[in-house]
Ligand binder design. Structure first.
Ligand code: F42
Length: 146
């Protein structure tokens, strides 16, 4: 588990989703709006504030590992949680159900990234569209149990 003060997202729909997911032990608010597609809650440590940040992401899972896709809808810049993971790849938990578990991440490149990118697009097809919207290569982290 990560110790530290939680700083809710400035984005209401995000912090509300985190709040409902956690308070229902992952039984509610566990999909992306009405898409029915599953979501996980990723906790990182703010690389400047040191506070805990909680970020809902699409659930892309394979054999107990997860892909964390820093898409932000195809925006020209990375979401800031990307910088938190780069700064401390061990200060990460993933909640995919009732309890969070400790994870470590690495940024995937080459063949590993391709394999996980295919899994990500299979889980959430809009990722492919997002990538066509930006010349930023959308980063993908692989998270494994710590
Ligand atoms: N975002 C994705 O990128 N991929 C997804 O698959 C995805 C799925 C998803 C599903 C449901 C849902 O509700 C949201 C989903 N999102 C997805 C959106 C995601 O949850 C994030 O909101 C989005 O990726 C943007 O992340 P962000 O970290 O850029 O959020 C901003 C708005 C934010 O929280 N900013 C804070 C602020 O105060 O402005 C700072 C956060 C922070 O980490 N600060 C660091 C610190 O030290 O505390 C410093 C960061 C720095 O380096 O400046």
């Amino acid at each position: 588990m990560l110790q530290g003060e939680y700083e809710p997202s400035p984005s209401k729909w995000v912090r509300d989703q985190v709040e409902e997911y956690e308070s229902s032990a992952g039984t509610r608010a566990n999909t992306l709006r009405d898409t029915g597609l599953p979501v996980i809650i990723v906790t990182t440590r703010g690389n400047k504030s040191g506070k805990l940040r909680k970020t809902p992401l699409m659930r892309v899972e394979h054999d107990g590992e997860y892909a964390l896709v820093a898409s932000q809808g195809g925006a020209p810049t990375h979401p800031v949680w990307y910088h938190n993971l780069v700064a401390d790849p061990e200060a990460v938990t993933i909640q995919d159900g009732p309890e969070p578990f400790d994870m470590r991440v690495h940024e995937a490149t080459g063949a590993e990234r391709e394999q996980w990118w295919d899994r990500a697009v299979a889980a959430f097809p809009p990722y492919a569209e997002y990538q066509t919207k930006t010349d930023r290569l959308i980063p993908l982290f692989v998270a494994t149990r710590r």
